[in-house]
Design a protein around this ligand. Structure first.
Ligand SMILES: [Zn+2]
Length: 348
């Protein structure tokens, strides 16, 4: 007992007790801060989760019918889902809105729903929506245009042509659409052979001078001789990628030698030696390389109207739906075909 009091009165003991108390305070303070931080983080994560996860169909139904948000706000939200490519959520909102909204917003919502169905690839549902809109308001050009696109995508060209009539009555320019749909109908017509189709396409082109790319792309594919005989020199640059892919055996040297652009193009490809330079940078480089490097042209396609770039040629832009606005752009690239054939030859 006395030894305890001796120890208690010992200054060393007091220092130890002092440090123990400091350590305990520091430990609890550290533990408390850590606990608070984890609680705060958990709360923040839960709060942010509400925005990163989409509401379920049932939640949407409850939210929309409660009327806490205006219909305009829901339409804006659905449009932003549409722009981000979340068509499913956008469709759910439109469908729920249609169950509650007043007549004024109904047609607007139906139009947006039809457009979203179209974009998502639900053509039949989209068609039904636009037909319903046109039943009550037949003079709606936007709905008619979508109906035309739907019939075109469904390859029902006659119905698409029928839609042009009311558009014509609404003073819309339907000339190019008519030729385009007639051309598509012809290309998909089974009663004509490819050779007959080529002749019919050519006679249509000579009449309208429209759809040069679509026309010559087909004729060069099925009958290169006919394509060269009727070649439209004014479209040489537009048809560059088609001409670049024509096989050497199918070339018409008479026509090539009389056309400055074709002389440069086929000299660059190495088929002839009829040009020494070109104002087109890529052709100029290829002409000067004289086949000493594995270089070739590669192509991509830009819509002249909306500037969207595609890796393949198109007749109607899938983004802005304009016809014949595909313009070819080229660049130099490695010739993998040449590489491959050289490797194969080295094994022989
Ligand atoms: Zn476009």
């Amino acid at each position: 007992m006395s030894s305890f009091f001796i120890a208690y009165s010992d200054p060393l003991f007091s220092i130890i007790v002092f440090f123990v108390i400091i350590f305990m305070i520091a430990f609890f303070s550290y533990w408390w801060n850590k606990y608070r931080y984890s609680e705060d983080t958990k709360y923040l994560a839960n709060f942010l989760d509400q925005f990163s996860t989409l509401p379920s169909k049932e939640e949407l139904r409850v939210l929309i019918s409660s009327g806490d948000l205006s219909e305009k706000s829901w339409l804006l939200l659905a449009t932003s889902y549409y722009k981000n490519g979340d068509y499913e959520k956008s469709i759910e909102i439109y469908n729920e809105l249609l169950k509650v909204c007043n007549h004024e917003n109904k047609l607007e919502t139906m139009y947006l729903l039809g457009k979203t169905y179209f974009k998502a690839g639900f053509l039949e549902r989209s068609k039904q929506i636009f037909l319903e809109i046109l039943k009550t308001t037949p003079r709606t050009p936007e709905a008619l245009k979508y109906l035309l696109l739907i019939y075109e995508y469904m390859r029902n060209y006659q119905s698409a042509l029928d839609v042009l009539e009311p558009l014509d009555e609404l003073n819309k320019d339907i000339a190019l659409d008519t030729i385009y749909l007639q051309t598509l109908a012809l290309l998909n017509e089974s009663k004509y052979s490819p050779q007959e189709k080529a002749i019919l396409l050519l006679s249509s082109y000579k009449k309208h001078h429209q759809l040069a790319y679509m026309t010559f792309e087909y004729i060069f594919r099925v009958n290169p001789t006919l394509a060269w005989e009727n070649f439209d020199n004014s479209k040489s640059a537009l048809l560059s990628d088609i001409l670049w892919r024509v096989e050497q055996k199918d070339l018409n040297l008479d026509i090539i030698s009389q056309n400055g652009y074709l002389r440069e193009l086929y000299t660059a490809r190495g088929d002839v030696e009829l040009a020494w330079s070109s104002i087109v940078f890529e052709l100029d480089i290829l002409i000067k390389l004289q086949g000493k490097a594995n270089a070739t042209l590669s192509f991509e396609y830009i819509c002249e109207n909306c500037k969207k770039v595609y890796p393949f040629a198109f007749y109607r832009c899938t983004s802005c739906h304009t016809i014949d606005t595909s313009r070819v752009e080229w660049s130099l690239s490695k010739d993998y075909y040449k590489d491959f054939s050289q490797e194969n030859n080295s094994f022989q």
